[in-house]
Design a protein around this ligand. Structure first.
Ligand SMILES: NC(=O)C1=CN([C@@H]2O[C@H](COP(=O)(O)OP(=O)(O)OC[C@H]3O[C@@H](n4cnc5c(N)ncnc54)[C@H](OP(=O)(O)O)[C@@H]3O)[C@@H](O)[C@H]2O)C=CC1
Ligand SMILES: CC(=O)[C@@H](O)[C@H](O)COP(=O)(O)O
Ligand SMILES: [Mn+2]
Length: 388
C-alpha cells in the first residue's frame, strides 16, 4: 500500500489523482490532503478518503471545514504551517505536488527535505527555484517524478536509454485556443475564450498559460531541471491534436515518443505507480480513427511569451523566478478583467528588462526575487491595464 499526501487535492490535477486512487483501492491510501479555499469539496474528499490530516488556506476556512466535518476523526490545520505538515506527514511514501503557482514551492521543498519522493505537477516550483529544488532532491536522494504530460512523455521515452545519448528534447504544444487566429483578433479575447482549451480540461491559470504559450515556456524550464538538459537542446513543436505528448531525439537520429489520449490520469497513474503501470480502464487511442497528426513550428511573434521564457532560462539565476512571478500577476489581472490578453507578455517583458540578476543559493533568494517581481509586475499592470 503506497501512502500519499496530496497538495492541491481540490484542483483539476488533485481530483484526477483521487480518481486514480479511487480506481485502485488496494494500492493507495490517502494520508493527508491540502486544499486552498474550496472547503465544500475538501470536506467531501475527507469523508471519502479518510486522511488523518487536512489543511486549508486560512484559519477561518479551517473553522468552516471543522463545522462541515462534525466529529470526523481528522486533524485540521491551515496556512503555511498546515501545508508543511501535510508535506511532511508521517509514513508517507509519495507527496503529490499539485497546487497552482509559486505557492507550491515551500510545501514541495518541505516534502523533499523530509525525505519524501515527489510526484510533481506544479511546474512553477521548478521554474521559480530549479537550482534549489534539484539540489535538495539530490542531497536527500529523493526522486521527482513528472506528472506534467509532456515531461511524463519525456521520462517514459528516456527509460531504458542512456542520458548521454540524448541529442535533444522536443516538447509538443497544442497551440492553445488561439492557434490559428491573427494577432489583430487577439486584442479583445475574453478570459472565457482563453480558458477554453481545445484538448484538456484544466485550472484557469494553466489554461491561460496555454493560450499565451507561456505554459510551453514554463515547461521548457521545467524540462531543463527535471532532465538536466540545457535549454538550447530543448525544442517546441506545435501538435494541435495532443496525442504525441513529447519526444526525445537520440544521437543516432532515432526519435522516441510517447502517445496516448489527452487524459491526465495516464501520466498521474504512471507517476503514482512507477516503475509499474496500472491497468487504467479509459478510452483507448485508436490511430486509425483519430484525426491526422500534424506538426508545425511555434509562432513566436504572435505568442512572445515562449521567447521570453527562453530568454529568462538562458539568463538563469533569478530571471526565471521573475518571469514566473510576473506571469502569475499578469494572468490573475487578465482573469480579473484588469489587463488585456496581449498585455500579458508586455508585463512579463517589462519586469524582465531591468530585473537585477541574482543567483539562487537559498530559499530567501527565490522569495525576495519573487516578491520584487510581483511589485514591479503590479506596477506594469497598472500602466498597461490603464492603456487598455
Ligand atoms: N490541470 C492539468 O491538466 C495540468 C496541471 N499542471 C500543473 O498542476 C498545477 C495545478 O493545476 P490545476 O490542477 O489545473 O489547477 P487548479 O486551479 O485546478 O487547482 C489548483 C489547486 O491549488 C489550490 N490552491 C490555489 N491557490 C492556493 C494557495 N495560495 N495555497 C494553497 N493552495 C492553493 C487550489 O485550492 P482550492 O481550489 O481549494 O482553492 C487547488 O486545489 C499547476 O501548477 C499546473 O501548471 C500540469 C499539467 C497538467
Ligand atoms: C495537460 C498538460 O500537460 C498541459 O500542460 C498541456 O500540455 C497544456 O497544453 P498546451 O500544449 O496547450 O500548453
Ligand atoms: Mn503540460
Amino acid at each position: 500500500m503506497k501512502r500519499l499526501s496530496i497538495l492541491g487535492s481540490t484542483g483539476s490535477i488533485g481530483r484526477s489523482v483521487l480518481d486514480v486512487v479511487r480506481r485502485f483501492p488496494g494500492r493507495f491510501q490517502v494520508a493527508a490532503l491540502a486544499a486552498g479555499r474550496n472547503v465544500a469539496l475538501a470536506a467531501e474528499q475527507v469523508r471519502e478518503f479518510r486522511p488523518g490530516l487536512v489543511a486549508v488556506l486560512t484559519r477561518g476556512l479551517a473553522d468552516e471545514l471543522a463545522g462541515r466535518l462534525g466529529d470526523a476523526a481528522v486533524e485540521i490545520r491551515h496556512g503555511k504551517e498546515g501545508y508543511k505538515a501535510v508535506a511532511e506527514a508521517d509514513g508517507v511514501d509519495l507527496v503529490v505536488s499539485a497546487m497552482v503557482g509559486a505557492a507550491g514551492l515551500e510545501p514541495t521543498l518541505a516534502a523533499l527535505e523530509a525525505g519524501r519522493d515527489v510526484a510533481l505537477a506544479n511546474k512553477e516550483t521548478l521554474v521559480t527555484a530549479g537550482p534549489l529544488v534539484t539540489r535538495i532532491a539530490a542531497e536527500r536522494g529523493r526522486r521527482i517524478l513528472p506528472v506534467d504530460s509532456e515531461h511524463s512523455a519525456l521520462f517514459q521515452s528516456m527509460e531504458g536509454h542512456r542520458r548521454c545519448d540524448v541529442r535533444r528534447l522536443v516538447l509538443t504544444a497544442s497551440g492553445g485556443p488561439f492557434r490559428g487566429r491573427p494577432r489583430s483578433e487577439l486584442a479583445g479575447v475574453t478570459p472565457e475564450e482563453a480558458v477554453a482549451h481545445p484538448n484538456w480540461s484544466m485550472g484557469a491559470k494553466i489554461s491561460v498559460d496555454s493560450a499565451t504559450l507561456m505554459n510551453k515556456g514554463l515547461e521548457v524550464i521545467e524540462a531543463r531541471w527535471l532532465f538536466d538538459v540545457p535549454v538550447d537542446r530543448i525544442d517546441v513543436l506545435v501538435h494541435p491534436q495532443s496525442i504525441v505528448h513529447s519526444m526525445v531525439e537520440y544521437v543516432d537520429g532515432s526519435v522516441v515518443a510517447q502517445m496516448g489520449i489527452p487524459d491526465m490520469r495516464i501520466p498521474i497513474a504512471y507517476a503514482l505507480a512507477w516503475p509499474e503501470r496500472l491497468p487504467l480502464d479509459l478510452p483507448r487511442l485508436d490511430l486509425a480513427r483519430a484525426e491526422p497528426l500534424t506538426f508545425e513550428p511555434p509562432d513566436l511573434e504572435r505568442f512572445p511569451c515562449l521567447a521570453l521564457a527562453y530568454e529568462a532560462a538562458r539568463a538563469g539565476g533569478t530571471a526565471p523566478t521573475a518571469l514566473n512571478a510576473a506571469n502569475e500577476v499578469a494572468v490573475e489581472a487578465f482573469l480579473g478583467g484588469r489587463l488585456p490578453f496581449l498585455a500579458i507578455p508586455r508585463v512579463v517583458r517589462a519586469v524582465l528588462e531591468d530585473f537585477p540578476a541574482g543567483r539562487i543559493e537559498r530559499l530567501e533568494d527565490v522569495l525576495s526575487a519573487d516578491a520584487l517581481a510581483r511589485v514591479r509586475a503590479e506596477a506594469a499592470v497598472e500602466r498597461l491595464g490603464a492603456a487598455g
